[in-house]
Design a protein. Structure first.
Length: 358
């Protein structure tokens, strides 16, 4: 973009608020420049299949999940961190962007910075950009989620010191080693919060012959999940449908049950961390051994996960402050200081070059 284009954008920015969006599989958070986080809603939409119109978005749609008549469908428009339903995502983004514009009384379309998983394809990047532009964005930038989480955790990513961060979200776990403002090694793993929910649903069905919903599985995960045994056993009652009789049934599950259900997925995360460390340069690895590995995202809140990783990898593991908001904090910092952080964004030139090579 030329000098005139930069000046024009700065002039427009004086009359509009730039927006940062953490477009997650489970939750969408929106940051407005100069105001902070203004929206934190589940990434869920309810649609009337007869009319094709949206019935509810966010928290209202989540409350409808599993309770709607046949003509109303509750869906997640993102799957494993990327857009799976383009039109619904566009409408959802349009709703959020217009809400921000109304609340802040904006006259001009905003610039939008979106967090995306590391290692996504060019097609997936274009889908995210097109959805935001069609939803009303003037200009769209992308930043990889582990980079945003590292900024949100205030790690020295633009210096020569190596930093490692693991961001375990709803749809993906992003593992990255960062130095000099770039990714030294990274891995996008399709194992995260939603997969843990599915593992719990499968476990209860197989072991107790009871079919429970995703909301019940998520509640069990939050209340009971622990990767190491705790001194005091925990339990809870879950209600569902008996897979044999089809009648309602309730059973008692314990933290040991949940631990057994999610352990294979935790093992996958551990193996992926080892793989990234094996591809990390020795000098950078030395920095990580001294500083430790940082853990963010909802998965960081699983009791015992950080100590378990530390005992296996033999490197200190630190849970960042307010891990659920690390990515949106980083996106917010970047949108507040776009000129400083622009080199850390996904480079449009690199994307175009990759498209030509494809």
């Amino acid at each position: 973009m030329g000098t005139f284009g930069n000046l024009f954008n700065r002039a427009l920015s004086a009359f509009s608020h730039d927006i940062g969006i953490d477009l997650g599989t489970a939750n969408t958070l929106v940051y407005v420049k100069g105001k902070g986080i203004v929206i934190n809603e589940p990434t869920i939409v309810a649609i009337n299949k007869k009319t094709g119109q949206l019935v509810a978005i966010g928290e209202a749609a989540k409350l409808m999940h599993g309770r709607t008549p046949s003509h109303i469908e509750v869906i997640r428009p993102l799957n494993e961190g990327v857009i799976s339903d383009f039109e619904v995502t566009e409408e959802m983004l349009s709703y959020f962007i217009n809400k921000v514009r109304q609340d802040t009384r904006q006259f001009f379309s905003p610039r939008v910075l979106i967090g995306v998983p590391c290692g996504i394809t060019n097609v997936e990047m274009r889908a995210a950009k097109d959805a935001a532009k069609n939803a009303g964005a003037r200009e769209v930038f992308l930043i990889e989620e582990p980079m945003a989480a590292a900024i949100g955790a205030k790690l020295p990513i633009q210096k020569s010191i190596g930093s490692m961060i693991i961001d375990i979200g709803g749809g993906t776990a992003n593992i990255a080693v960062i130095s000099y403002g770039g990714m030294v090694a990274s891995k996008n793993l399709k194992v995260a919060g939603d997969h843990l929910n599915q593992a719990i649903v499968s476990y209860i069905r197989d072991q107790f012959k009871v079919l429970v919903g995703e909301r019940t599985a998520e509640e069990a995960k939050i209340k009971l999940a622990a990767v190491e045994g705790e001194s005091e056993a925990k339990e809870m009652v879950v209600r569902g449908r008996d897979v044999v009789t089809g009648l309602p049934k309730e059973v008692v599950i314990t933290d040991a049950d949940i631990r057994e259900a999610i352990n294979p997925l935790v093992d996958s995360i551990v193996e992926s961390i080892r793989g990234v460390l094996e591809r990390t340069l020795p000098e950078v690895l030395s920095d990580i051994m001294q500083k430790g590995i940082y853990l963010s995202g909802g998965g960081a809140l699983i009791p015992g996960l950080a100590p378990l990783l530390e005992s296996i990898i033999r490197v200190p593991v630190i849970v960042v402050a307010d891990p659920l908001r690390a990515v949106i904090r980083g996106i917010g910092t970047a949108i507040e200081n776009l000129e400083i952080y622009e080199p850390l964004l996904i480079d449009q030139k690199d994307e175009l070059t990759a498209n030509i090579q494809d």
